[in-house]
Structures are given as structure tokens and as C-alpha cells.
Design a protein. Structure first.
Length: 571
């Protein structure tokens, strides 16, 4: 697999550099650690070495170009990969070229707006606000009646409201007695719980609408089609802008021949709005959305069965975490059908019949459920934007292809968030929203895509950042493991929440943190410390040398960091 070489971090305040010399040309052989390119900044001149041996592919930037930290420089692979790179490489403009091309292509002083953002989800509205802060005249297009996109209306926010409410119900119903708190006659008022969820959504929508008004951003209501660079039609009415950013997000995908009615067979949208607790919910897909929403309804009394094609839940997460999580869910009473696929789903009377088989194909069974949650992934929303007519390049997954500065192959048209490559996460889209606005303003932002945390808001919570053990082994990286269980943490014991652990992976030679994987209480909050440490290139020892308050859950992070050097105190 070809190795991508990007502009490295060159210093705490350095966000870009100028290419001063290519030391290796396309098609040439290079050894590991041999100098590849020379970069120049106002503070330092550095030679970037090749991390692996191989054949140099097509240069993605030229001598004299200004390039942002993290921007792609070149790929190194075997002869076949390098040849393909040289023959099919797409010219990727530098920061300077992107900025200049955008200006020259859209130098329309009569345009209504400096920027039109299509989509008012986390990426879109953040891009609009940051651009307005930087002095641009901005409009934000949203075809739905409310702002905030999937995340705020039918995703992150409502799911967390139900997760928290259902957690409190389960605690009162089952767990508080272990702490000496006796709660009698616990009852569920699902309508009230749904009302709480809706109130949270409405408050957040109102907050975004206020922010748009405060920053003098025009909300263009309706469906947008890009009719030409710099021209956007909103339900037939033409608007002009010097730059267009596409931030239309993603939507749920279904299975072939499965009819979703959002009542009996539902996506995440329908699963957030059920009017009664199902007797039996079958969740097709054991990813983040499936396990989170399955947890909500299981806590509220439903029998829940999760059918997952892979041999473990949360396939993209650390394997040890995934396996531990599966055991915990089964102990809580969920049923798991791992390494199984859905053969057929049909409605019979008031029930759905789901025929499943194991991946080996030697066993079939039929599950009956009153609600089926189809949670098999999401796809980018790009239909109806006029991209085909414009010639905007899409990849094999239907995502908009962009360079390191979010520019498409059409000058003046950019894309961010779920419609481009990368994890479909609201916080990733927000980072890109800020970055694109600052790029358009001539600034030099930077996003490290290796440091975007992933979180699962179940009980226990799961959080990760950086590389897994499986990835490090595949890359032949020597690493050490520091692991500390919450069962040995005083605060976790006091809370009676001792399931799980903190695992930190560090470079065996330098002790630099390469990844972290947590399962346990409040891990969604704990992960931020490790993300910050990795962002500044910290070693595990740096974390261990930092004083952590006692008694806190964060002490588990300190102990795991100590564990990478076999120095853990409380193990």
C-alpha cells in the first residue's frame, strides 16, 4: 500500500512552509530515512525523510509552492503503485494556488455574497459563522425547516438526550439500590422523555438561528442547485457568490429490497421518535448508531438483538475494546448475532420476520420483531446539487473529491464534512468549517486527521484517538502498552462503575503516544486530555508527569501512561 508523505509539524506556531527543493524525482528509488524534500519556513529549513523505502510517485506540489502542515507532498510505493501515481496523479494546488485560482475564477465584485454555504449542519453553519467573523458577506442555504442538520435534529443531540434520560431511568430502576438509594414505583413516561428530547433540539436550533442573525448571515431557505461556478439557484431564484462551499452532510442507507417506513422498519430517524417501547427490537448493524440506539430501548425495557456482519461490534475500534464491550452488553441482557448477515426481511401482520444466516452459510434462523432498526451506514448527500452537469469529480463512494484545501476540481467550489473523505463525525465537519473559512481569508489553518477522536455514548462509554494495536502491527511499528482498569480506580469504585479500562499505546523507542483506547465511565470527556497531549507530540511520560487530582477518573489515564514504561503505581 502506498505511503502518503505530508508536510510534517515544523514547530508550535508554524502552519505552512515553502517547497525549496525536491531531492528525489518521480520514479526514483528511495531508502527509508533518506531525504526526500527540503522545506523552508521563516524559522527553520528542514529536510523531510522518507518513512519507508520504495519508489517516489508524482510530486503533488512544486518548488516555490506554499504548503500547509498536513498537505500531501507525494506518495511512496512499489513500482506498480508509483507508476500508477505518476500516470494518473491529479494536480493538487498549493495554498497559494488555491487562493489565487479561487479569486481569479470568481472575481465578481457585483456578486451578492462573498460566500454561499450549502447546508446548515455542524460543518456548514460553523463555516458560515467563521467566515462572517473574518469579514465576509455570507449566506447559508438550508432546505429543511430547521437549522443544525442531521446532528442537531435527528442525530447526535437527540440521541444523547435519550441516552442520558434512559440511563437515569435504568439507574433508578436497577442500580441506585446498590448505593443505598431506594426508589420505589419507578415509572416510564416516554412522552415526557420525548418532549425533553424535542425541547433540547428546539433550544439548539434557536441558538444557531440567533448566531446567524448576530453574525449578519442570510439564511436562504430552499433547495440549492449550483448552476455554474459562483451561481446558486434556490428553488429557481438565482444568487451569486465569489465562493461556494458544499456542506450537505449524509443520510442513512438501507438494505436492498427493504422498505423503511420509520414506524416498524426504521432508520436512526425513526428510532429516535418511537411512541412506545418495542417488545423486541432487532438492530441490523453493530456500529456506533446501532449500539447507541439499541442501548436506549434496551434500558427502557425492550428485548434487543443486534445482527452484525463482522465478527465483532464496532469494527473500526480497537479489537480488545470491541470484545470487552460485547461481553458487557451480553451481561446486560442484549443478544448479539455476530458474523451474521440478513437474508430477507418481510412484514407479516404486526411483526417483521428477519431471516439471518452465519457468514459460513451453514445455519439460518428467523427472528421476529415489532421494530427493526436498519443501521448499516450512511452516504453523502450530493443529489440535486448539479454536480454532474458541472463536472465535479466524485469518488467510488459518491463523495466529492477535494484536495488538501477542500477545493474540488472546479475553481471556486469547495466541500467539507460528510460529503468528502474521512470519518462522518460532526466535530470533524466543524473543524473543516473553521478551516475552509480561514483558508478563504488567506490564513493557514491545520487539521490533523489522525487526532480526531471517536466516541460511543453507551454504558460503558467508549472513546479512541490515534492508531489501534491492529494498525500498528500491520505497519510493523514497535510499541508498548500501558493499561489500567477502572476497577483499580478509587473514584470509579465510589461511583460503582468499574467496568472497562484505559489503554495507551506508545512508541517503544521514543515513548510518544500513538493511540489511546478507553472503555468505561465518562470516557467521552476523558479522551480530550489524550487528544491534547498527542496534538503537542507528547510522550506518555509527559502525561504521567502531570499531576492529576485525586480521586478522579483521570488518574486512570496517568496510570496507563506510567504503564507504558512499566511504572504504574496502583497495579
Amino acid at each position: 500500500m502506498a505511503e502518503k508523505i505530508v508536510v510534517p509539524v515544523l514547530g508550535e506556531s508554524i502552519t505552512s512552509a515553502v517547497v525549496s527543493k525536491w531531492l528525489k524525482q518521480p520514479g526514483e528509488s528511495i531508502s527509508a530515512d533518506e531525504a526526500l524534500i527540503e522545506l523552508e519556513t521563516d524559522k527553520v529549513n528542514v529536510e523531510v525523510p522518507a518513512p519507508v523505502a520504495g519508489i517516489v510517485g508524482q510530486h503533488q506540489v512544486a518548488v516555490g509552492d506554499e504548503v500547509a502542515v498536513g498537505a500531501l507532498l507525494v506518495t511512496i510505493g512499489d513500482k506498480a503503485e508509483a507508476g500508477a501515481s505518476i500516470n494518473t496523479a491529479v494536480e493538487v494546488p498549493s495554498v497559494t494556488e488555491v487562493k489565487q485560482e479561487s479569486i481569479t475564477a470568481n472575481q465578481n465584485n457585483d456578486a451578492e455574497y462573498d460566500l454561499i454555504v450549502i447546508g446548515a449542519g455542524p460543518g456548514g453553519y460553523v463555516a458560515a459563522i467563521r467566515a462572517a467573523q473574518l469579514g465576509m458577506k455570507v449566506a447559508c442555504v438550508e432546505k429543511k425547516k430547521t437549522l443544525g442538520g442531521t446532528c442537531l435534529n435527528v442525530g447526535c443531540i437527540p440521541s444523547k438526550a435519550l441516552l442520558y434520560a434512559s440511563e437515569q431511568y435504568e439507574a433508578a430502576h436497577k442500580q441506585l439500590a446498590d448505593l443505598g438509594v431506594i426508589v420505589k414505583d419507578v415509572k416510564l413516561d416516554l412522552a415526557k422523555m420525548q418532549s425533553h428530547k424535542d425541547a433540547v433540539i428546539n433550544a439548539n436550533v434557536a441558538g444557531i438561528e440567533f448566531l446567524l442573525k448576530k453574525n449578519k448571515i442570510t439564511w436562504l431557505k430552499g433547495s440549492a442547485t449550483i448552476t455554474a461556478p459562483g451561481q446558486v439557484s434556490i428553488d429557481g431564484k438565482e444568487h451569486t457568490a465569489r465562493t461556494i462551499v458544499i456542506a450537505t452532510g449524509s443520510e442513512s442507507v438501507s438494505l436492498p429490497d427493504v422498505d423503511v417506513d420509520e414506524k416498524h422498519v426504521v432508520t436512526s430517524t425513526g428510532a429516535l421518535s418511537l411512541e412506545k417501547v418495542p417488545e423486541h427490537m432487532v438492530v441490523i448493524g453493530g456500529g456506533v448508531i446501532g449500539v447507541e440506539l439499541g442501548s436506549v430501548w434496551h434500558r427502557l425495557g425492550a428485548k434487543v438483538t443486534i445482527v452484525e456482519y463482522f465478527d465483532r461490534l464496532l469494527p473500526g475500534f480497537d479489537k480488545e475494546v470491541s470484545l470487552s464491550f460485547a461481553k458487557i452488553l451480553e451481561k446486560q441482557g442484549m443478544q448479539l448475532k455476530l458474523a451474521h448477515k440478513v437474508e430477507k426481511l418481510e412484514r407479516k401482520g404486526k411483526e417483521s420476520q428477519i431471516t439471518i444466516s452465519n457468514i459460513g452459510g451453514d445455519h439460518k434462523e428467523t427472528l421476529s420483531a415489532d421494530v427493526v432498526l436498519v443501521s448499516v451506514g450512511r452516504k453523502p448527500v450530493t443529489q440535486g446539487l448539479g454536480l454532474e452537469a458541472l463536472g465535479v469529480d466524485l469518488d467510488e463512494k459518491g463523495r466529492i473529491q477535494t484536495n488538501a484545501q477542500f477545493q474540488t476540481n472546479i475553481a471556486g467550489i469547495y466541500a467539507i464534512g460528510d460529503v468528502i473523505a474521512g470519518p462522518m463525525l460532526a466535530h470533524k465537519a466543524e473543524e473543516e468549517g473553521v478551516a475552509i473559512a480561514e483558508l478563504l481569508a488567506g490564513k493557514k489553518p491545520h487539521i490533523d486527521y489522525g487526532l480526531i477522536p471517536g466516541v460511543v455514548y453507551t454504558d460503558p462509554e467508549i472513546a479512541m484517538v490515534g492508531k489501534t494495536e491492529e494498525v500498528l502491527k500491520a505497519e510493523s511499528v514497535e510499541y508498548s502498552v500501558g493499561k489500567f482498569p477502572f476497577s483499580a480506580n478509587g473514584r470509579a469504585r465510589a461511583m460503582n462503575q468499574t467496568e472497562g479500562f484505559v489503554k495507551i499505546l506508545a512508541d517503544k523507542r521514543t515513548n510518544k503516544v500513538l493511540g489511546a483506547h478507553l472503555i468505561g465511565p465518562h470516557c467521552s470527556e476523558l479522551i480530550a486530555e489524550i487528544v491534547l497531549a498527542m496534538n503537542f507530540g507528547a510522550s506518555a511520560e509527559d502525561i504521567a508527569l502531570t499531576c492529576h487530582a485525586h480521586p478522579t477518573l483521570t488518574e486512570s489515564i496517568k496510570e496507563a501512561a506510567l504503564g507504558t514504561q512499566k511504572r504504574s503505581i496502583h497495579m
